[in-house]
Design a protein around this ligand. Structure first.
Ligand SMILES: Cc1cc2nc3c(=O)[nH]c(=O)nc-3n(C[C@H](O)[C@H](O)[C@H](O)COP(=O)(O)OP(=O)(O)OC[C@H]3O[C@@H](n4cnc5c(N)ncnc54)[C@H](O)[C@@H]3O)c2cc1C
Length: 483
């Protein structure tokens, strides 16, 4: 029987390991942390259960996480709310975004937003622009293809930025602002960098399924369900041991040397450590020079950092469990501060899920947990700037909800240095590889690396989708190729 060693238990590593074990393979998993899940995990703080990131899961039970759980036959309970987001567009109040867009409540909300002026769209101008781009019947054909994320349409726009794609249809400032926010939220790259194909794919899936949600008990519910099946099927999990070296003889992997000094023999090594780290674990000299240069040139995603506020009572009472105020700024300059060495946002876009509105069991009874996230670069050495950004984001949040500040019993923050503490990559990116033209779809790095028996898994290899879901999609792909 083939011996497989999987390095890492992020969504990619844990899903792949569990699928291979369920298919009868001899699988050992090494995880450098003393907890599972990588950037998709949950810990206890002040009596609350808190995610390592700021998580929401785009397609929940309908997406890759649910598909793998069903194949493994393990339970993975999801919590879904509709409306799922509270948006703030302008001074005229909140707009609630429904996942089931054709429900009467969603249609009423849309009509009311137009009537009350919460979200005006320059319809005539947008029509003119769309027709100029595609011709009259072409507009309808293109929009139908986009709505269904037809594979041909997704591939057609893989190498176009989301901004250039949107400009084919409209130059309405409000729509451009909203799209840039969604791009940073879902792909963690600004819309003038993110791939339109990838954007179409993820947004279409969210509205097609209407199952955006969170796993009960926090983000760790996803990798935990996979690892439960893994252990049931005889897999061996070694926590607190890092892979120090992937050993190679005559161009083929032979095993993994652990930080505990033990060698783990393997016919197949699957690494969830990221492509750049995996090349280092093997040693550059084992790869063709062009491959080393190629991996070196790949760009990583931007990042999110967050304040986590622990409240002694339930202060925020919105119809939806998340709050996303769209900043009233020039869409082209919205995230420019991220790339300036000392740049700070004047009016930041806030990612504001309220995890206890999804799942009250995350807090002691009657308490509330609030997340206030703000986007930044993936640089780890910007701690002082990160703290200033979070000060600004908190001030903006309290301008909407002043009561919240009075009920804080504890507060903590996560920045890129905390993300790096989990991955130990020396970078703080949220996702993994950036989902930008030239790095997605048919241009995404293939999971098979050019050393016999060596595979990459996770957000750096194969797969499409939002963060954790892309990781698990890659896990499914690699398991099908290896198993
Ligand atoms: C702040 C923040 C917010 C986010 N919000 C969301 C969100 O709302 N929704 C969403 O879907 N995604 C979100 N993400 C992104 C998501 O968490 C990641 O895209 C996803 O976890 C990546 O999965 P992965 O399988 O590629 O690996 P990772 O989660 O990066 O896991 C890699 C694993 O490999 C292990 N490892 C690395 N090197 C070694 C080694 N040498 N030896 C042993 N083990 C090793 C690590 O310890 C880790 O367990 C967020 C991320 C962050 C940081």
């Amino acid at each position: 029987m083939k011996k497989v060693v999987v390095i890492g238990t992020g969504p990619g590593g844990s899903s792949c390991a569990a699928l291979l074990a369920s298919r009868g393979m001899d699988v050992t998993v090494l995880e450098q942390n003393d907890f599972i899940g990588g950037k998709c995990s949950t810990y206890e703080e002040n009596g609350f259960k808190v995610d390592t990131g700021i998580h929401m899961f785009a397609t929940g039970a309908s997406g890759p996480h649910g598909q793998v759980a069903r194949e493994l036959g393990v339970s993975q309970p999801w919590l879904v709310k509709d409306p799922s987001e509270t948006m703030w567009m302008n001074e005229k109040g909140f707009f609630y975004l429904h996942q089931k867009t054709t429900s009467p409540a969603a249609l009423k909300e849309l009509v009311m937003a137009g009537v009350t002026g919460k979200q005006k769209v320059d319809v005539l101008n947008s029509l003119r622009r769309s027709v100029a781009s595609f011709g009259f019947p072409g507009v309808l054909r293109e929009l139908a293809g986009v709505a269904k994320a037809l594979p041909g349409i997704v591939a057609k726009y893989d190498d176009t930025t989301a901004r250039d794609f949107l400009s084919l249809f409209t130059d309405d400032v409000g729509i451009h602002r909203a799209m840039n926010c969604l791009s940073m939220l879902l792909l963690v790259d600004p819309y003038d960098k993110a791939s339109a194909g990838e954007f179409i794919y993820v947004v279409s899936d969210i509205f097609r399924y209407g199952t955006l949600g969170v796993p009960r008990g926090g983000a760790i519910g996803v990798p935990r369900s996979f690892m439960r099946a893994f252990k049931r099927d005889g897999g061996k999990l070694v926590l607190g041991v890092a892979a120090k070296e992937i050993t190679v003889t005559d161009g083929r992997v032979t095993g993994v040397l652990g930080s505990n000094g033990e060698t783990y023999p393997a016919d197949v090594v699957i690494s969830n450590a990221g492509l750049k780290q995996t090349v280092k674990l093997v040693g550059e000299s084992s790869f063709p020079d062009e491959y080393v240069d190629y991996v070196d040139s790949l760009e990583l995603s931007y990042s999110w950092i967050a304040s986590k506020l622990f409240l002694d009572t339930r202060v925020i009472d919105l119809k939806a469990p998340s709050f996303f105020p769209i900043p009233q700024v020039d869409p082209d300059k919205m995230f420019a501060y991220c790339d300036e060495p000392d740049g700070l946002p004047v009016d930041p876009f806030i990612f504001g899920p309220i995890p206890t509105e999804w799942d009250p069991t995350l807090a002691p009874p009657g308490h509330q947990l609030i997340m206030i996230g703000v986007a930044t670069s993936n640089n780890v050495d910007q701690e002082e700037r990160s703290q200033k950004m979070l000060d600004i984001a908190e001030r903006k949040y309290f301008s909407f909800f002043p009561e919240a500040e009075k009920h804080i019993v504890a507060k903590s923050r996560i920045t890129n240095k905390d993300t790096n503490r989990i991955t130990r990559k020396g970078t703080g990116e949220c996702i993994g590889l950036a989902q930008i033209p030239g790095q997605v779809g048919s241009s995404k790095p293939h999971p098979k690396m050019p050393v016999e028996g060596l595979w990459a898994v996770g957000c750096d290899a194969g797969g499409r989708g939002v963060g954790t879901e892309q990781g698990t999609a890659s896990g499914m792909l690699v398991a099908s190729l290896v198993g």
